[in-house]
Design a protein around this ligand. Structure first.
Ligand code: GTP
Ligand code: SPV
Ligand code: MN
Length: 610
């Protein structure tokens, strides 16, 4: 019997009546030639079977410490530790539609390349079929996907990060729903008798999106945003294109609910580039008496115009894929409490001698001995960190004590404020309020940050990162800004969220952080709420409204006046320098930069030179 025939037989036993899905599975099985096909039901029993297998294969290490119940550690290939932006492609029909921020290859050519690399790519492996939905099954317009993968680690992680399995499949059948087809292979077929490695992958990687046909093809990596295709590939790159066509926004944002001592609640979203503080702010423990924070999401936010002229926000994900280093009982106790409930997968963290995991910043005291993320003995004298800087915890969001009940609202909640933030040592003050909505879009369009370990490449160089979406905009960046301008037409002017630019990372004159950050960001949030309520004191500066030093509630905080001055300062010389950089940035857009955004730059120049 031909391998194809055997597989056709298996796929014919598909537990679904969704014809398009059956065809999709047939086609991919014929192309990739897996040993088996497994339709993922998403059950706990299945998760147990898969994680047992992964332990057997050496991909996962079962944690035996009671501090990490039902949890596992995974260690990737040392060359597969982050998103690979240089290998990420937007293959639109026209190169112009991918824009200057994306790598583009003609769809025809890319399809040919992909049929080459995917040919037989799953030989000797099981092909898993994961039906999933981003957002709620009960949403007005649920967004379905089906990820086909040959990685059980991906299946286990997707079960934490998204709603997957039989319920989703039934709903897809009921609606005969469109789904985003998403194909993933680690690119490591096994010949008969060939032993597997704990983390199969391929040095040749492709993370490919066809925006017009809404397809995703990912090859060669097992890591996070490269492989859990519901996350960055679907919920940002493909969804941003759907959102453009359908009149909404798919954004790289956290969502936080803040309740003031007067019991007034506000919903705030925040776009910060990768590894720049979204998860930390999303899980903040307020340091000011009477203030309450609850979270709705830490990474991805879908914003839709509501029926009453408001913007509504929801989190399409079901878990955290959070940066581990720096997450600790002193910086992010809410994350630690969620993690302590277990059911988590840790990737590239260090192992403790008592069968737990550890990473830099988890505890104040460093363990005397660890096994580092590369499997080597580690002591505090070891030169390199024990956990990889982009080590991650993958934890169900519903384990968060401070989860806002509104997380479960299928169609989201009204958005009151948007924060844009980056990691800048200089120039950008702690917080600045935009003069108006269009000026706020300018904040987003010119957002900049020093690069981090969340993506391959050098760390610490300043790059522009529009709306923290640079690696995630699925189409032309100028069209994306234009869409931001146009989508606001769907909201009532008085219901548009207020926009703020923040920077927790500015340095003081001695080179240290000027602002303590983390939980103390409460004080900035309080000022933001006061601005929403029309009470907070602000100074007008050329770049927008900043708090007077007295307007920030610093009760009980040990900071020097000098540091506060350094944190809040608007230095015209630094900003004139910044203008040059923004000029160079806008030059890349050419014709596609919206006029109203260009006009904001000229107004800023005018104010700085006045
Ligand atoms: P992605 O998941 O990659 O999108 O990252 P993220 O934006 O959720 O970043 P996260 O909250 O995980 O923070 C990344 C790093 O920034 C961690 O090492 C934190 O310790 C650090 N960080 C977060 N908030 C602050 C802050 O207010 N001040 C300072 N100095 N560092 C912070
Ligand atoms: C990011 O890099 O922005 C992340 C991690 O949130 S990943 O899932 O790898 O994209
Ligand atoms: Mn992210």
């Amino acid at each position: 019997m031909e391998p194809g025939e055997k597989l056709r037989g298996k796929a014919a036993h598909a537990p679904t009546s969704h014809q398009k899905l059956i065809e999709f599975v047939h086609t991919i099985a014929e192309l990739t030639q897996p040993e088996n096909i497994h339709w993922v039901d998403g059950s706990a029993a299945e998760y147990t079977r898969l994680t047992d297998q992964l332990v057997e294969a050496g991909t996962l290490t079962r944690l035996t410490s009671p501090d990490f119940p039902n949890s596992f550690a995974a260690f990737s290939d040392p060359a597969d530790v982050a998103r690979v932006e240089s290998r990420t492609f937007i293959c639109s029909e026209n190169e112009r539609d991918a824009g200057f921020t994306n790598n583009w290859v003609a769809p025809e050519e890319m399809r040919q390349t992909l049929s080459g690399v995917f040919q037989g790519a799953m030989r000797g492996r099981t092909m898993y079929v994961i039906p999933f939905v981003m957002g709620h099954l009960e949403a007005d317009d649920p967004k379905f996907g089906v990820e086909i993968t040959d990685s059980a680690y991906v299946v286990a992680s997707m079960r934490i990060m998204a709603r997957i399995g039989t319920d989703v499949l039934r709903k897809m059948e009921e609606l005969d729903a469109f789904f985003v087809p998403a194909v993933h292979s680690v690119g490591a077929p096994l010949e008969p008798g060939q032993a597997d490695v704990p983390w199969p992958c391929n040095e040749n990687k492709y993370i490919v999106h066809f925006p017009e046909s809404r397809e995703i093809w990912s090859y060669g990596s097992g890591y996070g945003g490269n492989a859990l295709l519901g996350k960055k590939c679907f919920a940002l790159r493909i969804a941003s294109v759907m959102a453009r066509d359908e009149g909404w926004l798919a954004e790289h944002m956290l969502i936080l609910k803040l309740t003031s001592p007067e019991q007034k609640s506000y919903y705030v979203s925040g776009a910060f580039p990768s590894a720049c503080g979204k998860t930390n702010l999303a899980l903040i423990d307020p340091t000011l008496q009477g203030w309450k924070a609850e979270t709705l999401g830490d990474d991805i936010t879908w914003i839709r115009p509501g029926k009453d002229g408001e913007f509504r926000v929801m989190n399409p994900e079901a878990g955290y894929f959070g940066v581990a280093p720096g997450t600790g009982w002193h910086t992010n106790a809410n994350a630690m409490r969620a993690i302590a409930k277990g059911n988590s997968i840790f990737t590239n963290c260090a192992l403790t001698d008592d069968g737990g995991v550890w990473w830099e910043g988890m505890t104040e005291e460093t363990p005397a001995h660890l096994i580092d993320w590369q499997g080597q003995d580690w002591t505090p004298d070891s030169p390199a960190p024990a956990a990889h800087p982009n080590a991650r915890f993958c934890t169900p969001i519903d384990q968060t004590d401070m989860l806002a009940p509104e997380y479960f609202e299928p169609n989201g909640v009204k958005l009151d404020a948007i924060l844009f933030g980056g990691r800048r040592k200089t120039t950008v003050p702690l917080v600045t309020e935009a003069r108006n909505w269009n000026h706020g879009i300018f904040f987003g369009a010119t957002l900049s940050s020093e690069t981090t370990a969340a993506a391959e490449g050098q760390v610490g160089t300043v790059r522009r990162d529009p709306m923290a979406m640079l690696p995630f905009i699925g189409y032309d960046a100028g069209d994306y800004l234009k869409h931001w301008v146009e989508v606001s037409g769907a909201a009532a002017a008085e219901k548009l969220p207020k926009i703020f630019l923040v920077n927790w990372f500015r340095r003081n004159r001695d080179g240290g952080f000027a602002w303590p950050g983390f939980a103390e960001n409460t004080r900035v949030l309080k000022w933001i709420v006061e601005r929403l309520e029309g009470t907070g004191e602000a100074m007008e500066t050329p770049i927008g409204h900043t708090p007077t030093p007295e307007a920030l509630d610093l009760t009980g905080l040990e900071v020097t006046d000098q540091d506060i001055e350094d944190a809040l300062k608007v230095d015209p010389d630094e900003w004139r320098q910044e203008l040059e950089d923004i000029d160079a940035w806008f030059a890349h857009f050419g014709e596609s930069l919206p006029e109203s955004i260009r006009a904001e730059l000229e107004e800023l120049r005018g104010r700085l030179n006045a």
